[in-house]
Design a protein around this ligand. Structure first.
Ligand code: ZN
Ligand code: ZN
Length: 343
């Protein structure tokens, strides 16, 4: 089968991979949709020497499809052929404390990231462990299921960690696929949302998805702008979806005294001054890394029950053969979200 591989330095190869056969305790999923997520870009942009150090694998960590075949030791109840499933894209040892919590990505000995080091969803078929399949609700499309499988699920779990409610003004830095998901989910949770970005197109999309206020961080100090919108106090809750050092520091600094801030944007660094930025302002700072299968289930249920307009986020649809152009576009212009759709 053909699958997307990133050789590095913004190149992409549609490469021949062996047709996967499910081994013991494995399930073969026929992929119907596979989303493009911000962290795919780190593999896409990585130096060629770094990529060359390991065996090529299929990219894509937002897979969604139907059960195609079962390996030995997988029962009909665990994996009914034809069942619509989202893929939770990690596996682990299945025995340690983190695995028992369902946080297989935090397994200290055997954590595997599918679409990272292991074969992911940018191909017609993918091999998974039975517990990596999260049933896709009938009300959701495969594309929406793909989005929940990383970006949207990540935003949901961060908002849950922040305990966002209708009493909060929430400032979200970065209105890419995760930030935009955060904007629409937080609106459904009742919060007043201040969307922050440096791109006008993204800010307009945030407005369409329900943002109450827009702050263009390229036009002035966003911390001051957020204070101006919150009677000088700052927001009760803040979320960074950028991974950018300046935006991260601004996220903490635009949180009001006793407020909560959360980082989900990955990579990079931040410089904070703990006494004035955190300690003397009694700030609670969270890190939130994706979710467990139960959280993924909960996010999907929330999207359906609260009629979150998730389908609107999916602005760009591609065939796998268009992968090179798709990633080129995603690398430079990232308004909305792209997804590969399989027949
Ligand atoms: Zn483990
Ligand atoms: Zn992701």
């Amino acid at each position: 089968m053909k699958g997307v591989y990133f050789p590095g330095e913004r190149t992409l190869e549609l490469r021949d991979f062996p047709d996967p056969e499910p081994g013991p305790r494995e399930v073969l999923v026929a992929i119907k949709a596979s989303g493009m997520c911000g962290s795919d870009l780190s593999g896409y942009r990585a130096p060629k020497e770094v990529r060359a150090q390991r065996a090529p694998n299929v990219a894509g960590h937002e897979p969604c499809g139907v059960v195609g075949a079962r390996g030995a030791g997988v029962s009909e109840q665990e994996a009914p052929i034809g069942q619509r499933v989202m893929i939770y894209h990690y596996s682990g040892c299945e025995r340690c404390k983190m695995c028992m919590m369902g946080y297989y990505q935090m397994c200290p000995t055997e954590a595997k990231v599918y679409g990272g080091m292991y074969d992911g969803g940018h191909a017609p078929f993918m091999k998974v462990r039975p517990y990596m399949m999260v049933p896709l609700l009938d009300e959701l499309t495969f594309e929406e299921g793909a989005s929940i499988s990383c970006g949207t699920g990540t935003a949901y779990m961060a908002l849950k960690r922040l305990n966002v409610s209708g009493r909060d003004t929430l400032a979200i830095y970065g209105q890419g696929p995760v930030g935009l998901s955060g904007t629409m989910l937080a609106k459904a949770m009742g919060a007043r949302v201040i969307a922050v970005d440096v791109g006008q197109e993204r800010l307009q999309l945030a407005k369409e998805f329900g943002a109450d206020e827009l702050v263009d961080a390229s036009a002035g100090d966003p911390v001051q702008a957020i204070k101006d919108l919150t009677h000088g106090e700052g927001a009760e809750a803040t979320l960074d979806c950028t991974g950018n050092a300046t935006a991260r520091a601004n996220t903490v600094r635009s949180t009001q005294n006793w407020g909560r801030a959360c980082f989900v944007g990955e990579g990079g660094e931040v410089h904070l001054n703990p006494t004035p930025d955190i300690i003397h302002r009694q700030i609670t700072l969270y890190g939130s890394w994706t979710f467990n299968p139960q959280g993924q289930t909960e996010c999907a249920r929330f999207v359906v029950d609260r009629k979150v307009p998730l389908s609107k986020l999916l602005t760009h649809r591609f065939k796998l053969e268009e992968a090179e152009a798709a990633y080129k576009l995603f690398d430079t212009q990232t308004t909305g979200k792209g997804v590969f759709v399989f027949a």
